[in-house]
Ligand binder design. Structure first.
Ligand SMILES: Nc1nc2c(c(=O)[nH]1)N[C@H]1C(S)=C(S)[C@@H](COP(=O)(O)OP(=O)(O)OC[C@H]3O[C@@H](n4cnc5c(=O)[nH]c(N)nc54)[C@H](O)[C@@H]3O)O[C@H]1N2
Ligand SMILES: Nc1nc2c(c(=O)[nH]1)N[C@H]1C(S)=C(S)[C@@H](COP(=O)(O)OP(=O)(O)OC[C@H]3O[C@@H](n4cnc5c(=O)[nH]c(N)nc54)[C@H](O)[C@@H]3O)O[C@H]1N2
Ligand code: SF4
Ligand SMILES: [Mo]
Length: 750
């Protein structure tokens, strides 16, 4: 009988943190004979208290999806063959090692997709894979997403992972730009039931202001919504800074003495008065003055921005200015402002001064683009594949990624992938990208993995720790993702395709322990490797690593030093999670800048302001521009194969304002041809008064009409891929982030 099983019904309950988005909701599963018969939000979850969205409710459909791959596959020509795991890894070794020998390590590129951030496997073992691959050609979905935030935080706070999070449960004034948490459930702000938290803000008399070219569901629940011309947030934000200085509203509060560069920021903002930017961003000067004054006057206020401000030409500048505003109004590191979480698995090592953050330590071969966090921009992947010469990419390994849908100028990238000598995909769907692979290595279903959100507890509005064991055990044919990553790392490191994954796993944990033992700053100074190993959880892989990190973390038991402290056992005894409390001030302890202060005016960022200045000297753009949108029932490109989530009316439409539609002679439901500098597509029209004039939107993640895939449901409701229209040559200069919003387009009736 399974533990906890009801002897009468044969049912048992399992709890698991949802791995599908950043919100980390607790799910409650009722199982019988290892089949889920009911799923609901876990009311006792300390963080989500019963909340769940339609995607979380469909995770079992994903588990049961007949198209989900359960065995490795090898392709010859157009024919896929199911093979054993040993055969699959042997095929990878045979396909990649001779190529590395002949053309060097850079000939094999690695592309890491979004779901990696949600798995323990990737959090623990991707570094090992990257290290063993020794290729400069590392790419990820970060550069079609949030890398501008990493760059701005890296320069300001000394580490790209030191990201302040809006303290939404305690703020009284919340200014949101380019985020739609009512669809996305929040990003770089882990907050289950984001809608409920926004309702509470309003209930306690707080104010919600949303800046977005679309009157989204989030905008509709706000006290105020202002349309903004896509791509111009940096101008709007810099003019807020301008007003703060002009009206003597700057007040650092407790940050006084911890900030450098204020005068430089003041000077830089001088040219950006509300009057000079209003025509470009479409927000009038009266509103800009009002928002600046309200922001300064609120006792607890916070500015928060996401995707809409990130995948644009001035992505780093916008993300920097968000935190500049939080600093100048005294709201950074303050209750109800933007605060730094203290996750249970991240050791607190008082640093005060650090080496600072660097980009461009090496450059991409074809376009000379700077490396950022060890990666090149995803937008230049195709360049590196199609341009001959030494260092050309000849093979690709993708892990949980679908760049053919998610990257700009996807038609070009799709063609480039078809020219590769060899491709390996770690993924459980044969999707638009993976159809180019020669080997697919499918990890087990999300319900068969353990879960602890290494990334998102570091980005969370409360300090939370929650570990969940697998809901349904891994089928004997299936392999946990961490094993796949380790076996790949073993191939690249020369240990061979047949190496015992345990050997590499042991090496990793021993390395981590030895590093901690060697550091005089940890509590382990006089312990031994064997001591620690003997005390650790006896599981393999990420679970053992988690135990180690929890115990050496800020709330940890220090391997016996603090008997009340956390370990894996404590989390196992608390299946609804442990709430470690609200966020607390952490400055200066977390600053790793060379000055030991918040560096408000990093040279590279400040020098990028001249691009903004050039921009406002030109007359305001009036051409129609395209932006993206998300829907609660989609998850980037990979949730359109679940019937429950795609039923109903077609969501892949071009939304356009009624006035623009009438000017162009477009009618509701009729197809329109949309073209840009790099591509064209045809899509049905949806006329919507919620769109700003001059702006149209297409949801991202669609376009499932390629041959050679195995996504039967998605193929029946394919939609179109908006990234056919995104020009891969447009990037945020500093971070290399792709420009996916604000794309100039023309529309005609076919
Ligand atoms: N249901 C669902 N949830 C998801 C995802 C999903 O695909 N579906 N994806 C997940 C991922 S990977 C991420 S990164 C997060 C993203 O989470 P969010 O950042 O909240 O994402 P979006 O819903 O795309 O919201 C972006 C908003 O920016 C607006 N916008 C576009 N251009 C501009 C601009 O120039 N300026 C301003 N101010 N606004 C602009 C858009 O109209 C849109 O409302 O969501 C995650 N959650
Ligand atoms: N135009 C436009 N383009 C965008 C965006 C936009 O707003 N507009 N958003 C961008 C953003 S924010 C992001 S994050 C990217 C996302 O883009 P990507 O990261 O390239 O792709 P996803 O659509 O998230 O697909 C992820 C793949 O991972 C697989 N997968 C899921 N779980 C696992 C797992 O546990 N292990 C493994 N190995 N595989 C798994 C799925 O089957 C799927 O094939 O798209 C970006 N592209
Ligand atoms: S909001 Fe996110 S974490 Fe919560 S149930 Fe939905 S997909 Fe899962
Ligand atoms: Mo993302």
């Amino acid at each position: 009988m399974t533990q906890g099983q009801d002897p009468k019904t044969g049912e048992h309950i399992a709890y698991h943190t949802c791995p599908l988005c950043e919100a980390t909701c607790g799910l409650e599963f009722t199982l019988k004979d290892n089949r889920v018969i009911r799923i609901r939000g876990d009311k006792e979850d300390v963080f989500s208290t019963g909340y769940l969205c339609p995607k979380g409710a469909s995770i079992v459909d994903l588990h049961n999806d007949p198209d989900r791959l359960r065995t490795p596959m090898v392709r010859t020509g157009d024919t896929w063959k199911k093979v054993s795991w040993d055969e699959a890894f042997a095929a990878v070794e045979k396909g990649l090692l001779p190529l590395i020998k002949k053309d060097g390590n850079d000939a094999v590129a690695l592309y890491l997709g979004n779901p990696n951030a949600h798995t323990m496997a990737a959090s623990c073992f991707l570094k090992v894979l990257i290290k063993s691959l020794k290729s400069k050609n590392i790419y990820s979905s970060s550069s079609v997403d949030q890398i501008p935030k990493h760059v701005s935080c890296g320069f300001m706070f000394g580490s790209p992972l030191t990201i302040p999070i809006p303290d939404i449960d305690r703020t009284n004034y919340f200014l949101i730009l380019g985020a739609n948490p009512l669809a996305s459930n929040g990003s770089l702000c882990t907050a289950p039931d984001f809608p409920g938290r926004l309702r509470s803000l309003k209930k306690r008399g707080g104010k919600l202001v949303v800046i977005d070219p679309c009157r989204t569901k989030t905008a509709q629940m706000a006290n105020e919504h202002h349309f903004i011309r896509p791509g111009t947030d940096a101008l709007f934000l810099l003019s807020l800074v301008h007003v703060l200085f002009k009206e003597n509203l700057v007040s650092l509060g407790k940050l006084d003495g911890h900030v450098t560069g204020i005068e430089v920021v003041k000077k830089a903002s001088e040219l950006f008065s509300p009057e000079s930017v209003e025509g470009h961003c479409g927000i009038n000067k009266t509103t800009i003055f009002k928002i600046a004054r309200e922001l300064a006057a609120a006792d607890k206020a916070v500015v928060y921005a996401r995707m809409g401000t990130s995948v644009v030409e001035f992505g780093t500048l916008s993300n920097w200015l968000v935190d500049v505003l939080n600093v100048l109004t005294g709201n950074l590191d303050k209750e109800g402002g933007a605060m730094f979480p203290m996750a249970a698995h991240v050791p607190v090592i008082p640093a005060v001064k650090g080496k600072g953050f660097k980009i461009g330590r090496w450059k991409s071969r074809v376009k000379g683009l700077p490396e950022v966090m060890g990666e090149f921009p995803a937008a230049t992947l195709a360049d590196e594949i199609v341009t001959p010469g030494s260092g050309q990419i000849k093979a690709l390994l993708t892990v949980a990624a679908n760049p053919v849908i998610s990257n700009p100028n996807s038609t070009r990238l799709d063609k480039a992938l078809s020219t590769l000598d060899f491709m390996v995909a770690v993924d459980f769907y044969l999707n638009e990208t993976n159809r180019h692979a020669h080997v697919i290595l499918p990890p087990a279903s999300p319900l068969s993995h353990s879960q602890y959100d290494f990334f998102f507890y570091g980005l969370s509005v409360r300090n939370i720790a929650n570990f969940s064991p697998p809901v349904i055990p891994c089928h004997e044919q299936e392999m946990d993702k961490w094993m796949i990553l380790i076996r790949l790392a073993s191939i690249f490191s020369g240990m061979g395709a047949t190496a015992d994954p345990k050997a590499m796993d042991d090496m990793v944990i021993q390395f981590m322990i030895n590093q901690a033992l060697a550091s005089s700053k940890t509590q382990l100074a006089d312990r031994s490797l064997d001591d620690i190993l003997a005390m650790l959880d006896k599981n393999d892989g990420p679970v053992r690593i988690l135990d180690f990190l929890l115990r050496t973390g800020p709330y940890g038991d220090g391997f016996g030093l603090n008997s009340k402290g956390l370990s894996l056992d404590t989390l196992l005894a608390h299946p609804h999670g442990i709430d470690l409390g609200p966020l607390k001030p952490r400055i200066p302890e977390i600053l790793l800048t060379p000055s030991g202060k918040i560096e408000l005016a990093p040279d590279l960022i400040v020098s990028d302001i001249k691009r903004l200045h050039t921009f406002i000297q030109k007359p305001p753009e009036r051409q129609l521009v395209l932006i993206s949108r998300r829907h609660l029932r989609s998850n980037n490109s990979w949730f359109h194969n679940l019937p429950k989530l795609v039923k109903g009316k077609n969501r892949c439409t071009l939304q356009i304002n009624p006035e623009d539609a009438s000017l162009l002679g477009l009618e509701e439901g009729c197809p329109a041809c949309v073209s840009s500098a790099v591509g064209a597509l045809t899509i049905p029209i949806e006329i919507s008064g919620d769109m700003m004039k001059g702006v149209v939107s297409i949801p991202h993640g669609w376009g499932h009409d390629f041959p050679g895939m195995s996504l039967s449901v998605a193929a029946s409701v394919p939609g179109v891929n908006s990234n056919i229209l995104a020009d891969e040559k447009l990037m945020d200069t500093l971070s290399g982030n792709a420009v996916l919003n604000g794309i100039p387009v023309s529309i005609s009736v076919p």
